[in-house]
Design a protein around this ligand. Structure first.
Ligand code: PLP
Length: 392
């Protein structure tokens, strides 16, 4: 029997992939399944982005690149951040990574060890807690509350800091709730964190370009006072419908950049070269595909929220970001995970139970509206029929 490190007794997973596998298996058996489970845009990567990757291969870009990414791409990221967020970033602080997730892996590895405490949103992206547990650090959940429109609370976050806190993870716009934390709340949080230069901040802004109804995403990069300890996580997966390309980036502060570069050298050497050229084309090319995708998501968002609120025992806040709805299902009499499972097996609708995003997700399910309006309408109809059946 091989003895691996203790952390493997604690590492978790992302149940969305298990639901996807089950939905695919049921579909392969001939079942008609509507997938509202997986968090990836159902749009094609824009054509000019695909062409840039093809051209890069034809031009002979098939070797290693610098570990942190080709300079034009890191410059492109810095220019894009300047354009969109009005923040100035040195391309030398940018690390291009194989997917946004890699940055959370790196940041949590850098700060997680027994005795350390790491704050993370709950409900939130499951990998935060999984990786914190893997390192042996203590996960400290920051409750994300429906009554707060799923924004995080600065006061509550600050109240959870202790002398052992090493890292605070923030996520807005958020998965799984679609919550967007308003600027005033972020300002309050930053003011509190200013007094703790020993705490690193990981701001996961992968849905930063996906907001609705004029909600403005406030980036932590805008706050100079914390830039020396801020790690920004972003990437191409969601904004440009590029989940399978594995393209993300991070902005690291001066005091951590060399450690981040060393992790890159030790782990993946560099990101796939043609994908990096595609990433550059995405940032520098026309943005109309992004705008068109958001118009479509917005229509579906309205459809989903209206449909959910018409279901017996279900109530849904209007999400202001990302492409998820996180309805409260406590009025149905079901626990969230059995309901998600029954909806898949009996009604042919794949959704994710709230507890897959943390214990505070009980009473909720997550629907991703990355599916056609017709499929969403049909899924809601099936959910309505299912919930209206008498339970034996
Ligand atoms: N951060 C959040 C909040 C996410 O929801 C996701 C993907 O679902 C990621 C990061 C990771 O994105 P990527 O596919 O680029 O690794």
């Amino acid at each position: 029997m091989l003895k691996t490190i203790e952390g493997f007794n604690r590492i978790g997973e992302e149940n969305a992939f298990a639901v996807l596998a089950r939905a695919t298996a049921l579909a392969a058996q001939g079942r008609d399944i509507i997938n509202l489970g997986i968090g990836q845009p159902d749009f094609r990567t824009p054509e000019h982005v695909v062409e840039a990757a093809v051209k890069a291969l034809q031009d002979g870009h098939h070797g290693y690149t610098p570990a942190t990414g080709i300079l034009p791409l890191r410059e492109g990221v810095a220019a894009d951040i300047d354009r969109r967020r009005g923040a100035s970033v040195n391309p030398d602080n940018v690390v291009v990574v194989p997917g946004g997730k890699v940055t959370m892996f790196m940041a949590i590895l850098m700060f997680g060890e027994p005795g350390a405490e790491i704050l993370y949103p709950n409900p939130g992206f499951p990998i935060y807690r999984s990786m914190i547990e893997f390192t042996g650090a203590t996960p400290v959940p920051v409750p994300i509350r429906e009554e707060n429109d799923f924004a995080f609370s600065a006061e509550e976050t600050l109240s959870l800091l202790t002398p052992r806190t090493r890292l605070v993870i923030l996520n807005s716009p958020a998965n799984p709730t679609g919550g967007v934390t308003p600027r005033a709340e972020i300002e309050k949080l930053v003011a509190g964190l200013e007094t703790r230069p020993d705490i690193a901040i990981l701001s996961d802004e992968i849905y930063g370009q996906m907001t609705y109804d004029g909600a403005v995403h406030c980036s932590l990069l805008e706050f100079e006072a914390i830039r020396d300890r801020l790690i920004l996580l972003d990437g191409w997966s969601k904004t440009y419908a590029m989940t399978g390309w594995r393209m993300g980036y991070a902005v690291w502060p001066d005091q951590l950049i060399d450690k981040a570069r060393k992790l890159a050298v030790n782990c993946w050497s560099c990101v796939n070269a043609p994908a990096q050229f595609a990433g550059l084309a995405a940032l520098e090319g026309p943005q109309d595909a992004v705008a068109a995708m958001m118009v479509e998501f917005d229509k579906r968002r309205k459809l989903v929220v209206e449909g959910l609120n018409a279901l017996p025992g279900v109530s849904a806040r209007t999400p202001m970001g990302a492409f998820y709805a996180f309805p409260n299902i406590s009025g149905t009499g079901w626990k969230a995970k059995p309901l998600a499972s029954a909806l898949l097996e009996e009604a042919g609708v794949a959704v994710i139970g709230g507890p897959d995003f943390g214990i505070l997700g009980e009473g909720y399910i997550r629907l991703s509206y990355a599916n056609s309006a017709d499929n969403i309408a049909l899924a809601l109809q099936r959910m309505g029929e299912f919930l209206s059946q008498p339970r034996g």
